[in-house]
Design a protein around this ligand. Structure first.
Ligand code: KE4
Length: 423
């Protein structure tokens, strides 16, 4: 068993809340202890006990090229040899900003930050300043990082007001956060009819990946674009996961929709801490020091993270996303067939190189649907797959990720492990 992980976890729990630096890593949702990872290489991870795994988490998205990709590693090492951070502009932050802007027609400028949370927090502040409105509309089950305004839960009954989703968030802060079910355009229209003149922005995961993987219904994103234009609100696409994952140009390229602001994270840092938010010049030039909307960060644009992100995007620009998607679909379909043969309710939707095993009879189109999936079956599946060297996201409310480094052997090993699962 994972004795060394167990020992590390015991030590960690003495000095780190819950023994982890981000809650989902604690594996509470799957009644397991976290594995402490010693190294990653390509599509594989090794834990501190020497066990090898095929990795379908990929650090929750960033590692689309696989772990320790040689060019990315070399770029980071070379940058590190010149110093880790200057607190001053460096050439690579200009180059990375140019690459991100060039990737999406909706972008004219971006600001680098250090996480997706910072990106969405800053984008909301900008939207509120630009529109001089306070309310933000988000979708139940979508996650945009842990800034207070987004940690809202649905109020009781039919009330559209939100209540704090966690202690420490003042009710006043989420009073301006409106909630609607994902894929429910009628609910969004009702909120706009009622509050439209006060809504600064709608923020949405164009493909929801934080309640399992839920695709937008036909017309949903287009409807959000039309409503935000009609009422003078900004549309924020949170592409922290989908950016450079579902296409080089992100979900906005796949759906042909230009949001007003876009937030990024994960892939644009190549595994190092990077986030970004961007949009048209008329919006972004409101950001200090050009404009009057304050936003800052000591390590924003630091040379190491920029080198990792820039090298990653350079490699992705010529990568075959269609081939990766085809491999993902083939794997997910075979996985669904194997599990269905075990007489369990199973759906395995995909989007580009993302997949998600929902133990459900029905298609999952909202957080309510996702909550009705059988989490006990997921936990049993997770544990048996991990015991056979397959490293899945430790929650039925996360999404599986596939990299350009995954091989046929990796897929066959995962399918073989799934065949051996007993429910
Ligand atoms: P970070 O602050 O964790 O870099 O990004 C927040 C964020 C923003 N927007 C979306 C769509 C996101 O998915 C995230 C973070 N994703 C989760 C995994 N689903 C991070 C994993 C974790 O919290 O440890």
């Amino acid at each position: 068993m994972d004795n060394t992980s167990r020992q590390f976890f015991k030590r960690a729990c003495a000095v780190i809340p819950g023994g982890v630096n981000s809650p989902v890593r604690a594996c509470h949702n799957v009644d397991s202890l976290p594995l402490f990872i010693a190294k990653g290489q390509g599509s594989h991870l090794w834990d501190v006990d020497g066990h090898e795994y095929v990795d379908f988490v990929l650090s929750w998205g960033p590692m689309i090229l696989g772990h320790a990709e040689p060019s990315v590693t070399r770029a980071v090492c070379e940058a590190a040899a010149h110093g880790a951070s200057y607190g001053a502009p460096c050439p690579d932050e200009v180059a990375l900003a140019e690459e991100v802007v060039a990737a999406m027609p909706s972008l004219e400028m971006v600001r680098m930050v250090n996480s997706g949370t910072e990106a969405t927090m800053s984008a909301l502040r900008l939207a509120r300043a630009v529109t001089q409105r306070d309310k933000v509309l988000k979708f139940i089950g979508c996650y945009h990082g842990h800034a207070d305004a987004f940690l809202a839960a649905a109020g009781s009954g039919l009330a559209t007001f939100s209540i704090p989703g966690t202690p420490g968030v003042p009710a006043a802060v989420v009073a301006d956060t409106l909630l609607a079910p994902y894929n429910d355009l009628d609910a969004v229209e009702d909120l706009f009819v009622h509050d439209g003149e006060q809504i600064a922005a709608v923020i949405v995961e164009p493909v929801a990946a934080n309640m399992g993987l839920i695709l937008p219904k036909p017309g949903f994103l287009e409807g959000l674009r039309a409503l935000t234009i009609k009422y003078g609100s900004l549309l924020i696409f949170d592409e922290v996961i989908t950016g450079f994952r579902v296409a080089y140009g992100g979900a906005q390229a796949r759906w042909g929709i230009e949001p007003d602001l876009t937030t990024f994270g994960k892939i644009i840092g190549g595994g190092l801490p990077v986030g970004a938010f961007g949009g048209k010049r008329r919006f972004m030039e409101r950001i200090a020091p050009k404009g009057d909307v304050y936003q800052a960060g000591t390590l924003s644009g630091n040379p190491l993270a920029m080198a990792a992100g820039l090298t990653t995007l350079h490699l992705l620009k010529t990568a075959d996303y269609d081939a990766l998607e085809a491999r993902t679909v083939a794997f997910a379909n075979e996985l669904a067939a194997i599990l269905a043969a075990k007489n369990v309710p199973i759906k395995v939707p995909t989007m580009a190189s993302m997949f998600c095993p929902f133990f459900s009879e029905n298609e999952v189109t909202s957080y309510t649907d996702a909550k009705h999936c059988d989490q006990q079956l997921f936990t049993s599946f997770y544990k048996q797959m991990r015991a056979r060297g397959i490293y899945l996201a430790p929650s039925g409310f996360e999404t599986g990720m596939i990299s350009f480094a995954h091989t046929d052997d990796d897929f066959n090993k995962a399918l073989e492990a799934a065949r051996a699962v007993r429910f």
